[in-house]
Design a protein. Structure first.
Ligand code: CAA
Ligand code: FAD
Length: 379
């Protein structure tokens, strides 16, 4: 593994850092308070190439590696985790899955628009009664020859309302259990498809999380991704890469809070000296920086393995498990270093602390990551 970033990777990192500072930071507190989706900012992210970073240029993507992607995710997550979850879902769940497993026709019709942000994508696996236990799909896709009839409800869908292209996982043949599941591309506006209520969340409040309802939605067979029964493997394989995205989001949230706490500790005075001159605060900063570096190594290792086309399932789960844990620790300490100022919105760290929690829940909870890691260790 090469620890030296290339010129191109450094350029991506700087571009993402500038974009986060100039376009995401202004208004991030208001968007969080008002639960406002960063529509204009996401549009610009598409124009800058942040929504289809790893997609082949022939489908309008950036043709970049996963290391570049995690560098950009980290920088954007330092400032606005609501924008970065939209970016993560579009890049690593929707674009990646379509490019890897979609037909040429699907790539022309959908991927090209998703890679530029002209259309936003959503990945719809979770249901009211099927979260961690993802094989227990209740949504059905009845095979009707040249089309499927889709019925059911999906829960907690990121980009739920702002998306226009949805990858929906559904059960076609219950007798075949997870081998009877399909992944279908559903477009907003298809008759019978309704976007449900928006969730009022603890964190990532700018991200629009919705339930989705499908009643007798007619989906052409041409919209199925992969062979009949491939849907669950599609979801699991896609989520392996998605977990690298969420790990880099957690890393960015932690690094953003740390940078704020470091700067604050050098300014704020107590007992005649700056906070940074008190050893208790120095030790907190040392622990925070060490955890962030360890998380970054795990994230980059997973990204590097993926780029090398080596098995990265365990590495991605480890990166997500660890980065999401240290995001809790580091953001909590960042609030502590800010004292009372850390508890109010103006100083950003309370938002980062609230945003950090979701990284232990979505794309497989902490417990599910441990299940994935231990299964890999024992197989
Ligand atoms: N990669 C590839 N294939 C995998 C896999 C992985 N990581 N994990 C399981 N599979 C395959 C298995 O090989 C098996 O296929 P075969 O029978 O063909 O070999 C099939 O999936 C079923 O596997 P299991 O028998 O192990 O299934 P299980 O029911 O015991 O549990 C699980 C599997 C790992 C717990 C899985 O259900 C899981 O990952 N759950 C978490 C779901 C999740 O991450 N949801 C995220 C939703 S998206 C999201 O959250 C987006 C967002 O927030 C922004
Ligand atoms: P449950 O599965 O009911 O789990 C509850 C608790 O039990 C957890 O702590 C879990 O780890 C634990 N648990 C469950 N089974 C076991 C076990 N076998 N052993 C030990 N512990 C276990 N889903 C999508 O498909 N697409 C999205 O875009 C998306 N975005 C989301 C955005 C937000 C803001 C949120 C909150 C969720 C999102 N999700 C999305 C859903 C998310 O992936 C699920 O919430 C997550 O997988 C957990 O499922 P659950 O909520 O049903 O919890």
């Amino acid at each position: 593994m090469n620890f030296q970033l290339t010129e191109e990777q450094l350029a991506v990192q700087h571009a993402a850092r500038d974009f986060a500072k100039n376009d995401l930071l202004p208004g991030v507190i208001e968007r969080d308070t008002e639960q406002k989706f960063p529509k204009e900012q996401i549009k610009k992210m598409g124009e800058l190439g942040f929504l289809g970073m790893m997609v082949d240029p022939k489908y309008n993507g950036g043709g970049m590696d996963t290391i570049s992607y995690v560098l950009a995710m980290e920088e954007i997550s330092k400032v606005d985790a609501s924008a970065s979850v939209c970016m993560s879902v579009n890049n690593s769940l929707v674009c990646w899955g379509l490019e890897k497993f979609g037909t040429e026709e699907q790539k022309e019709k959908y991927l090209k628009r998703l890679a530029t942000g002209e259309a936003i994508g959503a990945f719809c696996l979770s249901e009211p009664e099927a979260g961690s236990d993802a094989t227990s799909q209740r949504t059905t896709a009845e095979d009707k020859g040249d089309h499927y009839i889709l019925n059911g409800t999906k829960n907690w869908i990121t980009n739920g309302n702002s998306a226009s292209i949805y990858i929906v996982i559904a059960q076609t043949d219950i007798a075949k259990k997870h081998k009877g599941i399909n992944a279908l591309i559903v477009e907003k506006g298809m008759p019978g498809f309704v976007v449900g209520k928006k969730e009022d969340k603890m964190g990532i409040r700018g991200s629009d999380t919705h339930s989705l309802m499908f009643t007798d939605v007619k989906v052409p067979k041409a919209n199925r991704i992969g062979d009949d029964g491939f849907g669950f493997t599609f979801a699991m394989t896609t989520l392996n890469g998605g977990r690298i995205g969420i790990a880099s989001q957690a890393l960015g949230i932690a690094a953003g809070a740390y940078e704020l706490a470091l700067a604050y500790s050098k300014e704020r005075k107590a007992f005649g000296k700056t906070l940074s001159e008190h050893q208790a605060i120095q030790f907190k900063l040392a622990d925070m920086a060490t955890k962030i570096d360890a998380a970054r190594l795990l994230v980059h290792q997973a990204a590097w393995l993926k780029d090398q086309k080596k098995d990265f399932v365990k590495a991605a789960a480890m990166a997500k498990l660890y980065a999401s844990q240290i995001a809790q620790d580091v953001t909590t300490e960042a609030v502590q270093i800010h004292g009372g100022y850390g508890y109010v919105k103006e100083f950003h760290v309370e938002r980062l602390m609230r945003d950090a929690k979701i990284t232990q829940i979505y794309e497989g909870t902490t417990e599910i990551q441990k299940m994935v890691i231990s299964r890999e260790l024992l197989k």
